[in-house]
Design a binder for this molecule. Structure first.
Ligand code: F6R
Length: 602
């Protein structure tokens, strides 16, 4: 949540900062701002609204070869011009952008006000430039003052700061992501790589406690004691093209259509001679595991349900827990417990917290993530990448598919190590069909009737999604996507639960999208018929030859395949229904209100 960027080098900074912020808007879009440094001091330009609003308010490009920028998801204070970042000290000599939450800002603010500092915003961030100024009076060395300031902060932060008259950018991190981009003639700092991927793929993932100082021709990293720190340079294998919208109107549509490629990358090299292989997880890795706990939030939680069901079927004790509930709901944990954290961004605060709690209790951890270098990939004992490529649309689409496939394979890998488990009777058929999944998704994308269905059901009161077994995960995901981008009331249920309460909401104005996979669909059929008897139109979503074929009013068909993959194909149809419904309702599809892609606060 919140995106920060900084740039220093030859030539003008403003254009790069603004483009970088546009690429980071999936992290928040309540307000935007930049500060650039030129011969006549630090100039701040900021406003509520999106980066496009900021651009339209700029009277030409502000001049300066170094600067910082911010796009906000509000935590402290409403999305006003005053609360937009960058924030400055009283005289405007120090400007700071920040992602995170400063827990002790109240007392720091009171102290600083008592010393004569004047504040203009409701934000927690504003204490930081004032602290830097305050310490500058003591130490007369800005790097030391920044170090002292961040040392005073409690909570989480990734910050970047510039100071009047200095050809430098200062930055530090604790608990919020910050990555350094290294080009020939310029350096960048950002919350995430897409901010500067057009310029460079050489990066350094900064660690908690790092403080970095950038000059036009040099940079150095130190710790909070001022000791030099060495960090490895990595090369990112994301293509800048992947981070753009291409020929599509929205990132979401592009990412839905990118699924055949994403899935091919996810699968590549992971099924060999009928066996599942993960490069860094050799046979025997999971030999001691007795219990597996999946922890995740939102869409990732729905993908985790996939993994949990398959592992449970193999005979291993398995739980799937919403990460935000982990601390209060988990059962006993020990060194034979594997906690699998499923998180696209690798930065979700609730998921990171769950893993830290589990680690403290003695469990082993494994991250399943899309982002190399993310916090989870560095904190967990092991990491597996879903290889979906950058996802910019706030509504997760291709990453759900890649997560579910990765988890399905991972569960086979885990089960192979644990003597008490029984491999699925049709495991070979399942793995063989997986190779065709990308082409099946392609077929769905080419032949879908999702737009027609979205149009036909547009005036409904509510939208219900039901499914059984793996279809339950898809139903929950279908409903989440629908409500997230259309703002219409949508709920997902396990098919059999409909009659235990939700049926009271069912009318002729509440279409039921019934997910069928070819496994356990009888329950879905019975419950769909019960809803249909109350007037609800039934849309069956699944393989053509399915249990609801004579019952459903409408069909969204997918190619016949193994039940494990049929649910994922059904999900592609549901992604498209949500997309087209949102488009017909003229919603801001890539930036749904109140949301941000990476939820780094609890
Ligand atoms: C919904 C969506 C969210 C995320 C959730 C977890 O479309 O994107 O529900 O799935 O915030 O995010 P990650 O996977 O980054 O941990």
């Amino acid at each position: 949540m919140c995106g920060i960027i900084a740039r220093i080098g030859q030539g003008e900074a403003a254009d790069t900062l603004l483009t970088g912020l546009e690429n980071l808007e999936y992290r928040g879009y309540d307000s935007a701002g930049i500060a650039v440094q030129n011969g006549s001091g630090v100039k701040v330009h900021k406003c509520s609204g999106e980066v496009s609003e900021l651009k339209s308010q700029l009277d030409g490009q502000p001049h300066g070869n170094l600067g910082i920028g911010h796009t906000r998801w509000s935590t402290h204070g409403p999305p006003t011009d005053e609360n937009a970042h960058p924030h400055t000290d009283t005289v405007g000599d120090v400007a700071v952008v920040h992602n995170g939450v400063i827990d002790n800002y109240d007392e720091l603010k009171a102290d600083l006000q008592a010393k004569g500092h004047e504040f203009e915003s409701d934000t927690d961030t504003e204490v930081i430039p004032h602290l830097i100024t305050e310490y500058l009076d003591d130490v007369d060395d800005t790097e030391a003052a920044v170090r002292q300031a961040v040392d005073t902060l409690e909570g989480s932060y990734a910050i970047a700061a510039i100071v009047d008259g200095e050809e430098r950018v200062y930055a530090a991190r604790k608990g919020s992501p910050l990555v350094l981009g290294l080009d020939d003639e310029e350096w960048f700092l950002a919350s995430d790589v897409p901010a500067f991927l057009d310029h460079t793929d050489e990066v350094i993932y900064l660690e908690d406690g790092d403080l970095v100082t950038l000059e036009p021709n040099a940079y150095w990293i130190t710790d909070l004691e001022g000791q030099p720190v060495d960090r490895e340079v990595d090369t990112v294998d994301w293509d800048p093209e992947d981070a753009g919208k291409g020929e599509y109107d929205h990132y979401m549509l592009k990412e839905i259509h990118n699924q055949p490629t994403a899935l091919s990358n996810t699968i590549e090299g992971r099924v060999e001679d009928g066996d599942v292989a993960f490069e860094d997880l050799p046979a025997g890795t999971f030999a001691d595991i007795e219990t597996v706990q999946f922890v995740a939030c939102g869409t990732s939680y729905h993908a985790a349900m996939y993994g949990a069901q398959l592992l449970r079927e193999a005979g291993l004790r398995t739980e799937v827990i919403r990460a935000s509930e982990y601390e209060s709901t988990t059962g006993p944990v020990d060194e034979n417990t594997l906690v699998v954290a499923v998180t696209q961004s690798g930065e979700t605060a609730d998921t990171l917290d769950a893993v830290r709690t589990a680690t403290d209790r003695g469990a082993r951890s494994l991250a399943v993530t899309n982002v190399v270098g993310s916090t989870i990939s560095r904190e967990a004992d092991d990491a597996v990448y879903i290889r979906a490529g950058p996802e910019v649309g706030v509504a997760a689409t291709k990453t759900y598919s890649s997560q579910a496939v990765t988890l399905s394979l991972l569960t086979q890998r885990i089960a192979a190590d644990v003597p008490e488990t029984t491999p699925a009777a049709d495991r070979d058929a399942m793995l063989a069909e997986l190779q065709h999944l990308p082409e099946y998704v392609e077929q769905v994308l080419e032949s879908t009737r999702a737009e027609t269905l979205a149009e036909e059901t547009l005036d409904s009161d509510s939208y219900f999604f039901i499914g059984n077994g793996l279809g339950h995960s898809v139903a929950l995901e279908g409903a989440l996507k629908f409500k997230e981008i259309t703002y219409e009331h949508a709920e997902g249920f396990a098919s059999g639960q409909l009659k235990h309460g939700p049926l009271a909401l069912v009318t002729e104005a509440s279409p039921i999208f019934a997910v069928v996979t070819g496994d356990g669909d009888e329950k879905t059929k019975t419950n769909a018929i019960e809803a249909q008897s109350r007037g609800a139109p039934i849309v069956a979503v699944g393989p053509e030859e399915h249990a609801l074929v004579d019952v459903a009013d409408e069909h969204l068909s997918v190619p016949a395949t193994h039940p494990v993959w049929a649910g994922l194909l059904a999900n592609v149809q549901l992604q498209l229904v949500s997309y087209h419904a949102a488009e017909l309702l003229d919603r801001p599809i890539d930036k749904p209100r109140n949301l941000a892609k990476s939820v780094t606060v609890e």
